[in-house]
Design a protein around this ligand. Structure first.
Ligand code: GUN
Ligand code: FE
Length: 431
């Protein structure tokens, strides 16, 4: 049996640490050991103790002055939007028309999709993200290309074909029936294969007819453990548009509820302009919100209130939302999350940001039995963070006195240079 032990500083969370810097949910070893057998976590703890009981022949890999954390989880991202990331000057609806739709058109070409999927996944790994919930395009080929590459790399990934049958260019439209059939074929082909799962993916309420949303609901009832992935209440003009398209619905979120799209494993990006009843509905149905701070700032969409969603019992993950977000990196996104929280008068500790990017994301995806921390039996996807990746960070961290101070500065200042290695089921990923 293949045994590997990683010696470094090790940090993971056993639950929500809130903003308590001394929470008992925080487990940290300055000189720690992470023991992995056959790609799964066997144990984690102080090196001093664990080294004494190391199985015969177990390889020890040392990362001095580096920090091992669980692989990070991106709960909302668009792989086809790589070639339009950082597109100038628009808010959501005009941004979609001007940049997004023309870019997504190219994914009818499977070879193009495969090329972008390969780049995208290596970019995720280079940034320390090991699991993501991913939008494809309307083209089924886009999802085949994505899953083929994710399977080759043995990654835990969730993706789906976009459903959209109105209010977008004709070249990107499916129909309720075709979207249903194509999704079904993809579910049968990919869902549950290795570490892959399928997400039924209506883009957002404005681009689907009620007939299509009903078909999406039918798919969910036929496949109880697939995901549902969409956007909600990102932008005020979008909210007003949905009100005019669906006058019988109480709210934007209620459009999804009425079509039976809200349940455990439903993930809704943004959730910026929801009222208390909506938040209660999210909580009651076991749906999750993807907090996308970089995107929300870039498109000028609004400020997500983490504390309010938590208080109301809503599951929350962090999402890069690339191409509207401008970084895949969860340290960069944590930095934006902190600033967003500052603007709404709250607080977001480094431990809370780490929680959002790891265990809370795993809970949002109902995968906390498999990933999110280093509890025994979990899949050994993890990241090695370099404390000294730039002169400024190196200098600042020398002046840091506590773990929180160090981690917080690393989050505010770090980027892809801070990720020295990413491991997938105990094997170092190439990127
Ligand atoms: N709403 C509908 N489609 C999109 C998209 O591609 N990106 C973002 N950020 N919001 C959306
Ligand atoms: Fe998005």
């Amino acid at each position: 049996s293949k045994c590997k032990a990683f010696r470094a500083s090790i940090l993971h969370l056993l639950g929500d640490p809130e903003n308590d810097l001394d929470s008992e949910k925080i487990e940290y070893w300055e000189d720690g050991l992470l023991l992995i057998v056959e790609g799964y976590v066997k144990s984690v703890g102080p090196a001093e103790v664990l080294l004494k009981t190391l199985p015969e022949g177990c390889e020890v890999i040392e990362y001095p002055n580096q920090l091992i954390i669980p692989g990070m989880i991106d709960t909302h991202v668009h792989y086809p939007q790589i070639d339009m990331i950082a597109a100038y000057g628009e808010q959501l609806l005009t941004w979609l028309e001007s940049y997004t739709f023309p870019t997504e058109k190219q994914f009818s070409d499977k070879a193009h999709a495969a090329d972008v999927a390969q780049f995208f996944l290596s970019e995720l790994l280079r940034n320390g993200t090991t699991t993501a919930l991913v939008f494809g395009t309307v083209h089924p080929e886009s999802v085949d290309a994505f899953f083929e590459e994710a399977e080759r790399l043995d990654l835990r990934m969730i993706a789906g074909k976009v459903l959209m049958d109105r209010n977008c260019p004709e070249y990107l439209q499916d129909t309720p029936e075709q979207g249903y059939e194509d999704s079904k074929t993809l579910i049968e082909k990919w869902h549950g294969k290795g570490r892959l799962s399928y997400a039924v993916t209506p883009r957002f309420a404005p681009t689907s007819t009620p007939e299509q949303l009903a078909k999406a609901g039918q798919l969910l009832s036929e496949y109880p453990d697939v995901y549902m992935h969409t956007h909600v209440a990102e932008n005020k003009d979008e909210v007003a548009w949905v009100e005019s398209l669906f006058p019988e619905s109480r709210s934007y979120l209620d459009v999804y509820q009425q079509h039976e799209l809200l349940r455990p494993r439903s993930v809704l990006a943004h959730c910026l302009h929801l009222d208390d009843d909506d938040k209660k509905c999210m909580s009651d149905t076991g749906s999750a919100a993807a907090f996308c701070p970089s995107s929300n700032l870039f498109l000028g969409s609004g400020l997500f209130d983490v504390a309010d969603f938590k208080e109301k019992g809503v599951r929350i993950g962090m999402g890069s939302d690339v191409g509207a977000g401008t970084s895949f990196n969860m340290l960069r996104n944590s930095s934006d999350a902190y600033k967003v929280t500052q603007l709404s008068g709250g607080k977001l500790s480094a431990f809370q940001a780490l929680y959002l990017a790891t265990l809370s994301g795993a809970k949002a995806l109902y995968l906390d039995d498999k990933i999110g921390n280093f509890e025994q039996g979990k899949e050994a996807d993890f990241v090695v963070l370099n404390y000294d990746s730039t002169p400024l960070i190196k200098r600042r961290l020398k002046a840091a006195t506590t773990l929180h101070d160090k981690l917080f500065a690393l989050m505010m200042l770090g980027d892809d240079r801070s990720i020295s290695a990413t491991y997938i089921k105990g094997e170092q990923a190439k990127f």
